[in-house]
Design a protein around this ligand. Structure first.
Ligand SMILES: Nc1ncnc2c1ncn2[C@@H]1O[C@H](COP(=O)(O)OP(=O)(O)OP(=O)(O)O)[C@@H](O)[C@H]1O
Length: 263
């Protein structure tokens, strides 16, 4: 039966629930009892400085690292009891070091799909990330932006419900970053929930539907970027200097264009 909320389009299914999660590395408490939910179909950002505990939290949710205490469910499955079901439903961006140097992109996609025990069209996967013209290239021959796009393609092979991207735009130039944001939005719009970590404030503001600020192993705020900013302004905050309606990056993009420059 449909609820009133269904008619308003307001029903939000918590596809990830993290409750009082704690992680110790020896005597050091890296994650100090954090709780949050990620809703189906959103881009959710964990935003914070180096060492805040973002990657640790992500790896526990991905079932790649054991927790110390607390509970985590992913699409209704428990990270300890149902790790296999969770792995089938998620896509995780792999580290570059994991790619076989002598295989081309088509062969790598075929290899990964074989590991999942499924058959996908390598051309279709590369098309999703605008890399069909690099189908015969080796990973090491790609630019930074192309490498990131390829690694995002590998997260989509098993048609996951959720993908996890750990600092996906680090080291990219402005065009490549903006193009990657477009790609991530497109993935969200096609129905996949996206969880990203970043320490770039502009990236979180531009890309994320909701963000959790993580600092020293704790969540110190969770909201939409708009609400965070409105709340700060309502509290009387004013920038010291009037900010111009554009910045140097906008000038650069306007002068150089926004097409795939790295291809
Ligand atoms: N395997 C480990 N053994 C011991 N300490 C660790 C380990 N992994 C991470 N830490 C520590 O836990 C804390 C959180 O690390 P984590 O990588 O989760 O942070 P982060 O927010 O992802 O940072 P970054 O943005 O630098 O990736 C850091 O102080 C880090 O040194």
């Amino acid at each position: 039966m449909l609820s009133v909320n269904d008619f308003c389009g307001m029903v939000k299914y918590p596809i990830i629930s993290v409750d009082n999660l704690v992680k110790h590395y020896g005597d050091f408490e890296a994650v100090k009892g954090i709780s949050f939910e990620v809703f189906e179909g959103e881009i959710f950002g964990l935003l914070g400085p180096n060492g805040a505990g973002k990657t640790t939290t992500l790896e526990i949710i991905e079932t790649l690292r054991p927790k110390t205490s607390g509970s985590v469910t992913v699409d209704g499955f428990n990270i300890e009891r149902d790790a296999d079901q969770i792995k089938q439903r998620i896509g995780v961006q792999l580290q570059a070091a994991g790619y076989y140097p002598n295989l081309n992109l088509t062969e790598l996609i075929e290899l990964f799909s074989g590991l999942y025990g499924i058959k996908v069209s390598a051309h279709e996967m590369l098309d999703k990330v605008a890399l069909t013209d690099k189908a015969k290239s080796k990973y090491k021959e790609l630019s930074g932006g192309q490498k990131q796009r390829f690694s995002i393609a590998t997260t989509l092979i098993n048609n996951p419900r959720i993908i996890f991207l750990d600092e996906p735009t680090t080291g990219l130039d402005p065009q490549a970053r903006r193009n990657l944001w477009d790609l991530i939005r497109q993935i969200r719009d096609n129905g996949t929930t996206v969880v990203i970590t970043t320490h770039y404030m502009d990236e979180a503001e531009e890309l994320c539907d909701r963000i959790a600020f993580v600092d020293g192993g704790r969540i110190i705020g969770l909201d939409t970027p708009d609400h965070f900013i409105d709340e700060l302004i309502a509290s009387g905050f004013q920038r010291k200097k009037e900010v111009k309606g554009a910045n140097l990056e906008d000038v650069f993009i306007a002068k150089t264009g926004k097409e795939w420059k790295d291809g």
